[in-house]
Design a protein around this ligand. Structure first.
Ligand code: SAH
Ligand code: SF4
Ligand code: F3S
Length: 449
């Protein structure tokens, strides 16, 4: 590859926030190596798919996207196609065998090696790198994410991998063992993002509560939050995801004490049945989970709580399902992501007996969705008539004269406002509540709420 030649890249991202974050940093790396963003996949010289394999549906989407790219490559034989991320890590052999159009496969820990891998692929070799990042320097070797003008929020990964081995989950296999970035490294990246105009930072990890355990000296996640809370210019701080097992009192206390930490927590419950929680290797009971919710609400009465639920885990009886339904009705989450269980090859749940029929899984999913839609609406209606600090992020999809922003509790608000309000925080009087969003009118602008 001629180092002076400018080439156009296009990255398509699937999966969770971790992938979105890593795509941002890969984009910055490519731009450092003379690539520019292409306007579309069709006009790109290189297309990278950043993939997810957490559920079968996610994997299916990527296989059908590759089917489309295969055709695109027929019209542009110079096009390079790279597949990275979790599915690439897990199913590289199958992908290479099934799609001759793939030039490059790079695993979840190969990001910093991409320039060399792309160079090799440009020379006509088929390249495969799913090796680990033994020195754990991957993030430190990537430039900070590209920040576009007016962007208000950014992600910062604080750790990688997972040691929890929930029996249904592929993530520990595709992301490797858990390790943490140093607080200095995290604070530096946060400072760079704030200097580039970012107002809200969301810390990412598969299980942020165990942040810092692998560092020497170790540091607790709540200590990291205390340090980030002091950063000048930062307005809002969030994190995802927490595991209920090690949600410490120190962390709960952060919600009462830290002014920048937003009053929202995503705390996956997965099931309301103790029998199923045990089979999932979640290491808490429904009762312990409810006590955590009580503590969180005592520390911060206006906290919004969201969660993940899996229905149709192998062996889930009507009674187990009923326990989940009861837990949802009792806890009254602000929002829920409900999935029906799918087998992931290599996980322990995959070899369990008593798989639940697809039709039952779908029926259970529907039932819980109906229940949650009512609860979500009712929870949102509690905000009607209140004034909320809203950070405006984008023009609203609803109407040209509206902007969309989020409350500190992470609820989307649509509000008539000038474009000049983008990236700023204002108080909004909430008039109306839907299932997934609120609407209101501007009270007055207020910086640094
Ligand atoms: N690390 C996060 C979530 C990872 S995956 C955590 O522990 O909370 C996001 C969600 O996908 C999980 O919380 C779970 O609800 C769902 N999920 C994971 N594996 C699944 C599977 N095999 N079938 C269905 N849902 C799954
Ligand atoms: Fe998967 Fe469990 Fe780890 Fe979350 S905590 S990534 S669900 S193994
Ligand atoms: Fe998917 Fe990997 Fe995230 S499997 S959910 S992209 S960690």
């Amino acid at each position: 590859m001629d180092p002076n030649e400018t080439r156009r890249y296009h990255i398509k991202t699937f999966g969770c926030q971790m992938n979105a974050y890593e795509s941002g940093r890969v984009a910055a790396l490519l731009e450092k190596h003379n690539f520019t963003p292409a306007e579309s996949a069709e006009s790109a010289d290189i297309i990278l798919l950043n993939t997810c394999s957490v559920r079968q549906k996610a994997a299916d989407k990527i296989y059908s996207e590759l089917g489309r790219l295969k055709k695109l490559k027929l019209t542009n034989p110079r096009l390079l196609i790279g597949v990275g991320g979790c599915l690439a890590q897990h199913e590289s052999d199958k992908l290479l065998k099934q799609f001759s159009c793939i030039d490059l496969i790079y695993g979840t820990q190969a990001l910093a090696r991409l320039p060399a891998l792309v160079r090799a692929a440009t020379q006509g070799k088929r390249v495969l790198d799913v090796e680990p990042d033994a020195a754990r320097t991957m993030y430190a070797r990537l430039p900070r994410s590209v920040i576009v003008r007016g962007q208000t929020g950014a992600f910062v990964s604080i750790m990688q991998g997972c040691n929890n081995y929930c029996t249904y989950c592929i993530v520990p296999y595709v992301r490797g063992p858990e390790w943490s970035r140093t607080p200095e490294d995290v604070l530096n990246e946060a400072r760079q993002l704030i200097d580039a105009g970012v107002r809200e930072i969301t810390l990412l990890g598969q299980n942020v509560n165990s942040y810092g355990k692998t560092l020497s000296p170790p540091i607790a996640f709540n200590a990291l939050l205390h340090r980030l809370n002091k950063l000048a210019g930062l307005e809002r701080l969030r994190f995802i995801t927490s595991h209920p097992r090690d949600l410490s009192d120190g962390l709960i206390d952060c919600f009462a004490k830290l002014d920048k930490l937003c009053e929202h927590i995503h705390l996956p419950l997965q099931s309301g049945s103790d029998r199923i929680l045990l089979a999932m290797n979640r290491s808490y009971t429904g009762g312990q989970y409810i006590r955590l919710i009580e503590k969180l609400r005592a520390a911060r009465p206006d906290i919004s709580i969201t969660s993940d639920i899996i229905v149709g885990f192998p062996g889930e009886t009507e009674r187990d399902f009923e326990s989940t339904r009861e837990a949802i009705a009792r806890i009254r989450f602000d929002d829920l992501f409900i999935f029906h269980y799918t087998d992931r090859a290599g996980t322990r749940a995959c070899s369990l007996p008593d798989k639940i029929a697809y039709s039952t899984r779908v029926q259970r999913l529907k039932e819980l969705n109906t229940l949650q839609r009512t609860i979500s609406r009712q929870r949102n209606e509690l905000l009607v008539g209140t004034s909320q600090a809203v950070l405006f992020e984008t023009p609203s999809s609803r109407s040209g004269a509206c902007l969309a922003g989020r409350t500190r509790s992470n609820k989307v608000v649509n509000c008539p406002a000038q474009h000049s309000m983008l990236g700023r925080t204002a108080r909004v009087l909430i008039h109306k509540a839907g299932i997934h969003s609120l609407s209101g009118t501007l009270l007055h602008e207020q910086e640094n709420l």
